[in-house]
Design a protein around this ligand. Structure first.
Ligand SMILES: [Mn+2]
Length: 425
């Protein structure tokens, strides 16, 4: 298979731009910078990855550009794309950048300019617009300042109503997006299967051997990772974002692998916790507890009228039951819920949206602060876990055990579908 050059069909781009034009409030300005090139060290650059919101509306995969969307008082929306000026000397080293004609045909946008040709347009719109959204923070500010030094982007201008409009679009995936996500999930399942095979067949492994297997598989099918893989043996698995992946794996360890690939810029995100030998009874009890919580959460996704918070509640209640049964937490269920003491072992949420970003853009509550209902087009994870560090005040056999079980769920016309269920647990 050839490496996948990220692309978005023109029809998809046109649909998204029409939708945002409908959803935006009048007199609003949205400024979406592309990512810059980041330096690794000296004159070596980090691999480029486009900023997701800019990508979503343009399909332009080069750095240092900016899309502005302006909806005026009459309700007419204009899209303007600014791209980097051509620097022929730099092109000798870095290859060709898009000319305006190419950027126009890739994006389907008619208003495309080199930045030096029209650097007063955005400041002009800024004066007119009543509400503003800027993709600020991360790396994007850098591009804005580079392009439009006269803009102070940190003026607390981000607008709640524009964020809602953007969320409304990004959260509910089109059929084409769901196809990309399913493909990403399937490639990732195969990578995890290859990794399980290695874990089952080889001795004296370290965590990085498993990471290498995942990355080797993804690379061979033209993908990259969607976030740095977590390969955590034994107590390392109790650190939620453990990414060092340097420790040797002992046959007595459970190994938590939380890893995802990115196919055509769409992420998958799977976690399994496996062991090389027979798990101890304490390990098995924790694995069972997490599986039960996963089943409880998954059940809720297929109940009419459930919300994303209901999914989390179901997992949490199930985990609390198990913690009481295993005598790992004192108190009654009500007391544990009330005090939140379960957070010592279960500190994160059950779900996040999944899409162009692993933790995808979108809101978890609607305008009336109600949890988002599960509706067609939503894609999210279910990932209950229990993490009992070596330092926890529990019987020794339970110390140093971290378990998480994560699948990717799509809400379709006919109900919830677990896209990653055919990877063994
Ligand atoms: Mn996740």
């Amino acid at each position: 298979m050839l490496a996948v050059t990220p692309f978005i069909p023109l029809s998809e781009l046109a649909f998204r731009r029409q939708k945002i034009a409908d959803l935006l409030p009048k007199s609003s300005l949205v400024i979406l910078p592309a990512n810059p090139i980041l330096t690794r060290n000296s004159d070596i650059e980090l691999p480029f990855r486009q900023e997701s919101m800019f990508w979503y509306f343009t399909g332009i995969n080069q750095p240092n550009a900016c899309l502005s969307i302006y909806k005026d008082m009459r309700g007419v929306t204009e899209f303007s794309l600014h791209i980097e000026d051509i620097n022929e000397e730099l092109e000798i080293w870095n290859g060709k950048r898009m000319r305006v004609e190419e950027a126009s045909s890739v994006s389907g946008l008619s208003s495309v300019f080199y930045i030096s040709e029209q650097c007063d347009q955005i400041p002009h719109l800024l004066n007119k617009a009543r509400s503003l959204w800027v993709t600020a923070g991360h790396n994007a500010n850098h591009v804005l300042h580079h392009f439009f030094p006269q803009i102070a982007v940190n003026k607390k201008l981000n607008s709640v109503s524009i964020k809602r409009a953007l969320s409304q679009l990004r959260m509910y995936k089109s059929d084409w997006e769901i196809e990309q996500l399913i493909h990403s999930a399937n490639l990732n399942i195969s990578a995890h299967q290859a990794t399980k095979k290695l874990l089952d067949s080889a001795a004296n492994l370290s965590e990085f051997h498993l990471q290498a297997e995942l990355e080797y598989y993804w690379k061979r099918v033209g993908c990259t990772f969607s976030y740095p893989a977590i390969v955590a043996a034994g107590n390392n698995a109790t650190t939620l974002h453990y990414v060092q992946n340097t420790s040797p794996i002992s046959p007595a360890d459970l190994v938590l692998i939380d890893a995802g690939c990115e196919y055509n810029y769409y992420a998958s995100d799977i976690t399994r916790t496996w062991s090389q030998s027979q798990a101890s009874s304490a390990q098995k009890a924790i694995v069972d507890a997490v599986q039960k919580a996963h089943t409880a959460a998954l059940f809720i996704t297929n109940q009419q009228g459930s919300s994303i918070l209901d999914v989390h509640k179901a997992a949490t209640l199930s985990l609390i039951d198990s913690l009481i049964e295993l005598k790992l937490l004192p108190g009654t269920k009500a007391e544990i819920l009330e005090s939140g003491s379960y957070a010592e072992f279960w500190p994160h949420s059950t779900s996040h949206w999944l899409g162009l970003d692993t933790h995808d853009f979108g809101q978890y509550k609607n305008e009336s602060s109600q949890s988002i209902q599960l509706e067609q087009g939503l894609i999210f994870t279910i990932e209950p876990g229990l993490y009992i560090p070596q330092t926890a005040d529990v019987p020794k056999e339970f110390q140093g055990i971290g378990v998480r079980l994560e699948d990717n769920i799509a809400i379709t016309k006919t109900g919830a579908v677990n896209l990653t269920s055919h990877l063994e647990c």
